[in-house]
Design a protein around this ligand. Structure first.
Ligand code: NDP
Ligand code: GDR
Length: 374
């Protein structure tokens, strides 16, 4: 058994996890999630398991375990009664793996959440970003199309994780009818994925939806996105493990919501009679500087004593102002966010204070270097 407790097909042990096709049929719905190990994948999995789904996740091979966000819901597949989440190796760059798992799992719903999702990094690795984000979505759509054509399972539904980054320099408020003006290889690739999804819906009648989601955060957010980078630093500074925080552009505005609220909107889109595209947003926008003020202020610190501007975090082209108009999702889906900006910041800082306290124990015991920056 591995450190993360994995003994499933996900670690290459094919005998440990009998093929789902060999297991007795159940009436429960089956979901297939790409990007299950990411922030949204973990919340969506929790949400679908509570709804009674069997959840299959595609994970990619990495030299270190990449399943930290879902370890708490993992149950060894030997416990067939209880193990309702199953993991399989695949990659959005490997079309054959996508088709094979579709044919084996026979999902009712497919959520395409996998991506090289960091905007700044997409300028460093544009070719790879396009391959995963744009062509990866096309590969999965094509796998769904050919799976339907071979099996007749035309009720299968597809969700594409679209992004407010597609609006780029289009002024707010941005809605489903606002033009796209992407400002990074990531955003341009998401635009391609968006139109592939629309095209497969129109050309083949596939039930395919684009969720155009504005930024959504949580204590599980990747540590090099600005919100989490800030709350991690607040925790470490408060506990005495760090003194400075290096950031780029503080004037950009984002419409920040809570990831747990947003995965519900993804599911809601696939429960409608007709497939469509929806903007999901809080309709409130704040600058990075405001985020800093609230996060540091919450623990009695002044951000100006700690933040240092470092040019390396400026992007070749910036998205200045995102603020969504999610009236369509609110009206048609009946969706609305439950967690507001202040609550989100507090939730993230609270968790990162606890994390820093645990790190402090390791530092004091000599197991960790205090200078190790997240
Ligand atoms: P994360 O970066 O946290 O997760 C991305 C997931 O994709 C991870 O599971 C990652 O695996 C997986 N992945 C990356 N490359 C590949 C590949 N080549 N093949 C298979 N899997 C791969 O993103 P989020 O959870 O925050 O976002 C989910 C989706 O929603 C993404 O598509 C993102 O672009 C999009 N989005 C996110 C928003 C946000 O604010 N969070 C807003 C709008 C859209 P691993 O764990 O191994 O790295
Ligand atoms: P974003 O999120 O680019 O909106 O994409 P990110 O948190 O990376 O940046 C938000 C804003 O903060 C500014 N910024 C910094 N950003 C980072 N990462 N690190 C810094 O040090 C820093 N300093 C300032 C950025 O310039 C930017 O203006 C996220 C991702 O989740 C995408 O996948 C998703 O599609 C969009 O949100 C919606």
């Amino acid at each position: 058994t591995s450190r993360s407790g994995f003994t499933s097909a996900a670690n290459g042990d094919e005998t440990a996890s009998p093929s789902p096709a060999l297991q007795p049929p159940t009436s429960r719905k089956v979901a297939l999630i790409t990007g299950i190990t990411g922030q949204d994948g973990s919340y969506l999995t929790e949400f679908l398991l509570i709804k009674g789904y069997e959840v299959h996740g595609l994970i990619r091979r990495s030299s270190n375990f990449n399943t930290q966000r879902i370890n708490h819901i993992y149950i060894d597949p030997h416990n067939a009664q209880k193990a309702k989440m199953k993991l399989h190796y695949a990659d959005l760059t490997d079309a054959s793996s996508l088709r094979r798992w579709l044919d084996t799992i026979n999902p009712d719903e497919v959520y395409n959440l996998a991506a090289q999702s960091h905007v700044a990094v997409s300028f460093e690795i544009p070719d790879y970003t396009a391959d995963v984000v744009a062509t990866g979505a096309l590969r999965l759509l094509e796998a769904v199309r050919s799976h339907i054509s071979a099996t007749g399972r035309s009720h299968i539904k597809y969700y594409q994780a679209g992004s407010s980054e597609m609006f780029g320099s289009t002024p707010p408020p941005q809605s489903e009818t606002s033009p796209f003006h992407p400002r990074s290889p990531y955003a341009a690739s998401k635009c391609a994925a968006h139109w592939y999804t629309v095209n497969y819906r129109e050309a083949y009648g596939i039930f395919a939806c684009n969720g155009i989601l504005f930024n959504h955060e949580s204590p599980r957010r990747g540590e090099n996105f600005v919100t989490r980078k800030i709350t991690r630093a607040v925790g470490r500074i408060k506990i005495g493990l760090q003194s400075k925080l290096f950031l780029g552009n503080l004037q950009a505005s984002r419409d920040w919501g809570f990831a747990g609220d947003y995965v519900e909107a993804m599911w809601m889109m696939l429960q409608q009679e007709k497939p469509d595209d929806y903007v999901v947003a809080t309709e409130e926008s704040h600058t990075v500087e405001e985020f800093l003020r609230v996060a540091f202020g919450y623990v009695g610190l002044d951000w100006r004593d700690h933040v240092v501007i470092d040019k390396r975090y400026f992007r070749p082209a910036e998205v200045d102002n995102l603020k969504g108009d999610s009236s369509k999702a609110r009206k048609v889906l009946g969706w609305k966010p439950k967690v507001g900006f202040g609550q989100l910041v507090k939730m993230m800082v609270d968790e990162d204070i606890e994390l820093a306290k645990r790190e402090k124990v390791l530092v004091d015991a000599g197991y960790m270097d205090a200078q190790q920056q997240p």
